[in-house]
Design a protein around this ligand. Structure first.
Ligand code: FE
Length: 228
């Protein structure tokens, strides 16, 4: 049996996901937030889990990751997409490679575009899409080596997953928690009715505010959240 929890940080509207194998009690966490470190550590301990891996969907710009702190407290290994090129990770994961805890296996999908190193993770009937695919939206492409053409191609790969696949993003700002590939195919205004050229035009015509926390979050997260 497997265990799955979706956690939420209100400050940054970030979802953190905990996945574990009930038989071996081995666990992994996706996108922990530093300010929620005690919440996450308490939950892991209460459930009697052994944290093996800390996965990041990308180098975040809007909050500081709890990865380094969790690694220090649990001995878990930090995993990031190989194109992030960071030195703080224990494992840089490539497209198609997997991470296993007990009987549970996640498969990495390189989904660049929002940032160069964005990685989605497929597990059972669900996909953790980071900021590549958000509910009714997608990540911006105007910083961190973002590339609208690459993002289009990554979204097409995600849209090719079975329609019933559940979509768990890194954020939602409107109280939503989960979507599906079919729902996004039909209702996501960034995806529906846009070919590659129209999508690139749309992304490049957005004028978005400079992210509030990027100057603190980016350098911290390039060190997996360790205080500089
Ligand atoms: Fe992001």
């Amino acid at each position: 049996m497997s265990l799955f929890r979706q956690l939420y940080d209100e400050n940054s509207s970030t979802f953190t996901y905990l996945i574990a194998d009930d038989d071996t009690h081995e666990a992994l966490i996706i996108d922990p937030v530093l300010s929620q470190h005690h919440r996450d550590l308490n939950l892991i301990n209460e459930l009697g889990l052994k944290l093996r891996y800390i996965l990041e969907t990308h180098i975040h710009a809007d909050h500081v990751t709890g990865a380094a702190e969790l690694r220090q407290n649990t001995g878990a290994q930090i995993v990031l997409g190989s194109s992030t090129g960071v030195h703080c990770a224990d494992k840089l994961i490539n497209d198609g490679e997997s991470i296993t805890v007990g009987n549970e296996t996640l498969i990495a999908m390189a989904t660049p575009g929002h940032t160069r190193g964005c990685t989605s993770y497929l597990w059972q009937d669900r996909v953790f899409t980071g900021d590549t695919l958000l509910i009714g939206s997608c990540g911006r492409t105007d910083f961190q080596q973002g590339d609208a053409g690459q993002l289009y191609d990554s979204l097409q790969r995600l849209m090719a997953l079975p329609g019933e696949t559940l979509v768990y993003p890194a954020h939602d700002y409107s109280g939503r928690r989960v979507s599906s590939i079919a729902q996004e195919q039909n209702l996501n205004p960034k995806i529906a009715d846009h070919d590659r050229t129209a999508f690139i035009d749309l992304m490049e015509s957005q004028s978005l505010p400079y992210p509030k926390h990027i100057d603190v979050a980016l350098p911290a997260n390039e060190a997996c959240g360790k205080a500089a």
